[in-house]
Design a protein. Sequence first.
Length: 377
Amino acid sequence: MTPFLFIMACVGALASVDSFISAPTRFWANWLVWMLMLSSAGLGAMFLVSLEHVTGAKWSVPLRRTAERVSSLVFPASLAMLACLAGVPTLFSWAQPGWPKDPMQAGKTAWLNFPFFALRAMACVSLWLWSFITLTGGSLELDSTRDPKLTARLKTFSPAFLVIFGVTVTVVAFDWISSLSPEWYSDVFGVYLFAGVFLSGLSAVALTALSLKRAGRLPEVRFDHLYNLGGFLFAFVVFWSYIAFAQYMLIWYAHLPEETFWYKLRVEGPWSWAALGLAVIHFIIPFFALVTRDSKGDPRRLAWVSVLVLLSHYLDLCWLVFPSLGLSPRFSFPELGAALFFVSIGILWMRKALSRGADMPLGDPDLEEGLLFRLPR
């Protein structure tokens, strides 16, 4: 399996090099989308880990190590973000000669300039890696030491990470996506990206947990644990849909030219099918697939819904990024090459992460209670 993934990564890299030469804008657009995909899965999983510590949830303790391993995707995501700084002059009009073009744009130059942009990107990367090392490193150390001070430190740091998460995801939303159209803005765009990020993290954790259970490595994880994971997924499918509709409705109702042009690019012309597709595969299908009690804990149902949510998030990111760059909706060599490269690298990374430490946080004092968790009947 590993040699095959390595070969696929090399094939993807070669295809990407060709697109870098022939179509640099499309190359960097695909790089940006996949950087955001990796970031979403890693940050969403880390948000779940810290949320568990903050709330003192017991049911999720047997699944926490899985979430910690998925959160390690912030490492390749961080490298991809730093590499993407090289594509800033190609992707962003504010980094090109002749900008700003009007007084409204001129008012944003204090924020939209390359040195400050790069500084914010490096700050986000540093905070993510520090948070991962603190949360996951402490959890692994707890397995061997059983030191109650480590448990207290994890619970103390987790609220701080929730703040870090909220600020950095908002910065990423406005820097790496919204500023592709620097004249456009939306007050709820950071919340919109947060919803997609957490959904991606939940889906990645669910798929990883189901894979480990299928391999016999999480035999104690039962319907009751999977049900709560499916319940989270169901709730945030609804939340993402609510935020998406709220953003569209407010911009449609205000009908301001500096706002409506952004949606005009996406709901008219070649990208209109993607807007309709997102409504179907990002909301309608997952909603009805998980609406019943039994479906939320059904491994097969949870697996294909998680795959669908990840594919939906990819389509959503393409829908957010590509129209601002004047790129048409097609899946050709640049898209295929980027997909092969990043998916292969992501799976290789996860295979390595799954070999680190025990499959459950053995040093957590709440593990036994978590294994005994039962849903009310």
